[in-house]
Each structure stands twice: as structure tokens, then as C-alpha cells.
Write a protein that binds this ligand. Structure first.
Ligand SMILES: NC(=O)C1=CN([C@@H]2O[C@H](COP(=O)(O)OP(=O)(O)OC[C@H]3O[C@@H](n4cnc5c(N)ncnc54)[C@H](OP(=O)(O)O)[C@@H]3O)[C@@H](O)[C@H]2O)C=CC1
Ligand SMILES: CC(C)(CO)C(=O)C(=O)O
Length: 324
């Protein structure tokens, strides 16, 4: 599907341009806390939304405890349930896990007609399509976050080692929505870049996550623990399989760049535990079907064999079924 063919743009409303002064972040986990705290620190009006009453109470009392390369601080951020939001924001950022995208978007559906933009930097495939079931396609900005965030206790997040964000329009008519979103993220200290080939960026990240997160979740290893010959062999094999699937779907991913990114994560983000590992270890639902499962589905549709990925994903499904 080409970007010109993705759902309906908003009929006769403004272009989506215009600066971003207010943000709602849906999903107050590791990434939601990081983005909400950084945006708040630099003067954007942010509200965190979640479904967990204890978490919302703790965030309202203590704010977010942010640890990044600049140090540790407490950042006060208003937090509430979606039904208690009053007034529309300029931007909604969806930072739930992929299996919670649909209910999270449904909970803010009453803002779909306000001209607000929606950003997803979630891992996996299918999140912008789910958002487009509710919000106009030309208001959706999609992309990837190549940086680590680990939840610490109830209100904390640790993100060390930096990284970058790549953003692009989900719909060809939505290009004007991208720059204001990139600008507000850049003002909060994120290395946010707009890219013209967002499909390649998303698939490169999916290849990266499929290879790293599945092995991490299966083995319990932090990134550095996988940096041994059998770990590197399995990761490289899965990356090559996902690259073949992307190419079969006409997406021009760069295999060498993905191999370099996985090796960079194993070394520079060595102490990070992939988000899928954090979920499986805590007995929470993991993004099995929206990351490796989604790639397998597209591999089958294109007739591309992905034997290593299928075997690892089935092993992971067994682990997940046993841990819940
Ligand atoms: N952590 C990382 O390093 C990175 C993560 N990502 C991606 O970013 C996304 C978010 O990841 P992460 O922050 O780690 O996830 P977390 O699980 O830490 O946070 C997600 C939060 O969303 C909450 N939630 C669930 N359903 C809803 C809902 N309907 N409305 C509002 N909130 C809801 C969850 O509550 P509950 O726990 O009760 O379900 C949880 O508090 C994922 O797609 C992930 O793959 C991308 C790059 C790096
Ligand atoms: C942090 C990163 C980039 C993997 O190292 C990630 O995407 C994840 O943990 O899900």
C-alpha cells in the first residue's frame, strides 16, 4: 500500500501545520514517561494518560523520576485517565504496547475531529493503520525511536546512551504535519529527523526489534549478553529473513545498516534489556504478534520463507504462554 492510499484524509480541514504547544501522551510506561518528562521540562503542556489507577495516583503525587545522560530529576507531569481529559491537545502520542493501540486510540476518539495530530513511535507493524481507523490519515505521523527506555519503579524511567527518532507522514497528504511534530521533539532534546522514506525506516526498526527482542525475551539476556558468536549468528540470520520480506513488499531497507544497528545496540546499549524481555520477565503481555508475528504474516502473504524467525517466534509463544 502506498502512502497515497492509506485511509481518508480529513475533508476540508486545515493542513496539520502549526506549532505544537500541548501534548497528550497515551501510555505512561517507559517511553511515555521519558517523552512526557522531556517535553514538560522544555515548556510544552503535557498530560500523561494511562489505565492503571495506582500509576496515575503515584505520577500525580510525585511526577516522573527521569534519569538520562543529563542526570536524575523529578519532573511534575499531570496524569489522568483518558475519559478525564478536558479540551483537545495539538498532538497525541501513542506509547502503549502494540496490542493496546486500539483501546488507547478509542479512548481519545472524541478528539479525532479537532485537527489534532497523532504520533506513533511504537515498535512493530500496523500501529498507524489502527490509528487511521479513528483519526484522519493525514494527521498521523509515524516513525521509529532508536533509543532505550527502562521503567524504574512505579514512576521512574532511565534512558542512557542517546539515540535518534525518525518521523514521516503516514499519508501522502499529511506531509505538513511532520515538521511541527519533529520541531517540538527536537526542542525537548531529542535528535528528531524527518525522513522521506518512512516505510524503510519502520521496516529497518522492525527487523532490528524482531532479531534483538525475540532473542532477548527467549534467553533473558541484556543486549551485551547476546554479543557472543551464537547470539550474533541468530540475530544476523533473522535480520536477513526480515530484509527479504521487506524487499518482497517493495520496501527498500538497507541490510548493512540494520546489521550495524544491531551490533551498535549490543555494545553501546549493552545493559539495556529489550522491552519485550522486560514484559516477558514481568509476566506482562508482550508485542509478539505486532512485531515478529506481523513480519511472519507479511512473509506468508509474499511467499517468503522465514524458518529461523518462525522457529524462534513459536518458542517465544511457548515461553509467553507459560509465563502468564
Ligand atoms: N522501552 C523502550 O526502550 C522502547 C520501546 N519502544 C516501543 O514503544 C512502545 C511503548 O513501549 P514502553 O514504553 O516500553 O511500554 P510500557 O509497557 O512500559 O508502557 C505502556 C503503558 O501503556 C499502558 N496502557 C495499556 N493500555 C493502555 C490504554 N488503553 N491507554 C493508555 N495506556 C495504556 C500500560 O499499562 P499496563 O502496563 O497496565 O498495560 C503501560 O503503563 C512499544 O511499542 C515499544 O515497543 C520503542 C523504542 C524503545
Ligand atoms: C531500545 C530498543 C531500541 C532495543 O535496544 C528497543 O526498541 C526496545 O527495547 O524495544
Amino acid at each position: 500500500m502506498s502512502p497515497g492510499d492509506r485511509g481518508a484524509p480529513a475533508p476540508g480541514t486545515a493542513s496539520g501545520a502549526g506549532s505544537v504547544a500541548s501534548v497528550v501522551v497515551a501510555g505512561a510506561g517507559a517511553m511515555g514517561r521519558l517523552f512526557a518528562a522531556r517535553l514538560t521540562e522544555t515548556g510544552t503542556a503535557v498530560t500523561l494518560v494511562d489505565v492503571d489507577a495506582d500509576l496515575l495516583r503515584a505520577l500525580s503525587e510525585r511526577g516522573v523520576r527521569l534519569e538520562d545522560d543529563a542526570g536524575v530529576r523529578e519532573v511534575p507531569v499531570p496524569a489522568c485517565r483518558a475519559e478525564d481529559l478536558s479540551g483537545a491537545a495539538d498532538l497525541y502520542i501513542i506509547f502503549t504496547k502494540g496490542m493496546h493501540t486500539r483501546p488507547a486510540v478509542a479512548s481519545i476518539a472524541r478528539f479525532a475531529g479537532t485537527g489534532a495530530r497523532v504520533l506513533t513511535l511504537q515498535n512493530g507493524l500496523g500501529n498507524p493503520e489502527t490509528i487511521a481507523e479513528v483519526f484522519p490519515a493525514d494527521r498521523i505521523v509515524t516513525g521509529v525511536a532508536a533509543l532505550p527506555a527502562d521503567a524504574e519503579g512505579l514512576t521512574g524511567v532511565r534512558s542512557l546512551g542517546g539515540g535518534h527518532l525518525e518521523l514521516g507522514a503516514f499519508h501522502a497528504a499529511g506531509a505538513a504535519a511532520v515538521d511541527p511534530v519533529a520541531a517540538v521533539l527536537a526542542s525537548a532534546g531529542f535528535d528528531a529527523r524527518a525522513t522521506s522514506d518512512i516505510d524503510a525506516a519502520v521496516w529497518e526498526k522492525v527487523a532490528f526489534n524482531t532479531a534483538l527482542n525475540v532473542l532477548a525475551a527467549l534467553t533473558g539476556a541484556a543486549n551485551a549478553g547476546m554479543d557472543i558468536p551464537p547470539g550474533r549468528r541468530l540475530i544476523a540470520r533473522v535480520v536477513d529473513e526480515v530484509v527479504a520480506v521487506a524487499h518482497a513488499h517493495g520496501v527498500g531497507v538497507d541490510a548493512a545498516r540494520i546489521h550495524a544497528a544491531t551490533q551498535h545496540a549490543l555494545t553501546v546499549h549493552g545493559e539495556h534489556r529489550a522491552s519485550m524481555l522486560q514484559d516477558v520477565a514481568a509476566g506482562r503481555a508482550a508485542e509478539v504478534e505486532s512485531i515478529p508475528g506481523a513480519v511472519i504474516e507479511r512473509a506468508r502473504a509474499a511467499g517468503v520463507p522465514v524458518p529461523a524467525l518462525e522457529a524462534l517466534t513459536d518458542a517465544l509463544r511457548v515461553v509467553v504462554a507459560g509465563s502468564r
